[in-house]
Every structure is written in C-alpha cells, then in structure tokens.
Design a protein. Structure first.
Length: 192
C-alpha cells in the first residue's frame, strides 16, 4: 500500500514540475520582450510584406525557401553541437538582406540548450525555453565580437527574444521580432 501511495505522489508531482519548468520563462522575460513576442505575428507580416515588395529576387528566393519549411516537433531532436548559422534581416532599413554563413554552437548545461554565435561581427548568446512541442522561446543577448556579452535583462539594446522552429530536414531557425537594430524581423537559420 505504501508503494502505491508513493507512486501516486510522484505522479501528482510530475505535472507540477513540468509547469514550473515552463513557468521559468515567465519569470525571466522582460516586460518589453513579452510585448514584442505578443506582437510577433503582426511584426512578422509587416516585415515579410516589405521584403516581398522590394527584396532582391535571389534573397527573396532564400527567404521563401526557409519559410516554406513547416515546423515539426522538437521531441527527440538533439540541438547540441556545432552549426552553421546565418542571419536574414527582413524589413526595416533595407527590405531584405541575407548574410553568409557563420559558426554557432549549442550546448546543454543540464538545465537546457544554450546558443552561442562564435563567428562574425554580430553575435548572440542565450537560452531556449519550451513553449510548445513545435516552438521554443529564445531569450538572448546581442553583442559585437570582442565585447563581453551582457546578461539577458540588461536593456533593449542587447536583449533579444524570439521563437525557434525546427524543420523536418534537420535545419532550424530563430525568428526575432522587432530587434533593436536595423530590421523588423531577424531570422537566424541553422544547418549542420
């Protein structure tokens, strides 16, 4: 009988631990970033509209290929390791800019996945938090190569917030709405 009670108590505790794990994001995200994420769909549509109206044909083809990949579950996906990554700046100062490939690394310190862009002049470092099976939150810090990154929550010039999506072909991306600099939407795309 005591074993059944103990097993039942463990089962009752499981949903609470999952809920608290998901609740971590809510305690960390800044008010400004929560508002940016709440306006994600609107910001994304405005940025894509600008790119589709005035972007160069080659860059537009790249953007459309990235966006055409439907989001699939992160379950069973090991994000850790070395990645090639590139930034696509959508809307804003220029309608569309597709940068070349740089180096990124994802590690797991036991509390979740952490990203670090390790080459290029514009860098990011941050963490992922589960929002749903097919979408993760990303909270990070923008910095310039040679500078020490500030911790997330240091202010709008460095704070980054977005959503990560995985594609069936093993690629994935982070979409960052309303970044502080240059564009209306930054897409950071990853491939092995």
């Amino acid at each position: 009988m005591n074993i059944r009670i103990a097993a039942f108590a463990i089962l009752l505790a499981l949903p609470a631990s999952w809920a608290s794990a998901d609740g971590v994001f809510q305690t960390i995200v800044t008010k400004a970033d929560a508002e940016r994420l709440a306006k994600y769909d609107q910001t994304r549509e405005e940025a894509l509209s600008e790119a589709r109206k005035s972007g160069a044909a080659e860059d537009l083809a790249t953007l459309e290929a990235v966006l055409a990949k439907p989001a699939v579950s992160f379950e069973g996906f090991d994000m850790t390791g070395e990645w090639q990554c590139r930034t696509i700046k959508v809307g804003g100062l220029s309608p569309l800019i597709v940068y070349g490939w740089f180096k990124c690394r994802v590690t797991d310190d036991g509390s979740g996945w952490q990203l670090e862009k390790t080459s290029g002049s514009q860098r990011t470092t941050g963490r992922f938090y589960t929002e749903s099976d097919t979408r993760l939150h990303y909270l990070g810090s923008f910095f310039v190569a040679g500078d020490t990154p500030k911790p997330y929550g240091s202010g709008p010039e460095t704070d980054q917030a977005g959503f990560a999506f995985r594609a069936k072909d093993g690629t994935w991306r982070i979409e960052l709405p309303a970044p502080y600099y240059e564009s209306k939407l930054d897409i950071l795309e990853f491939r092995r």
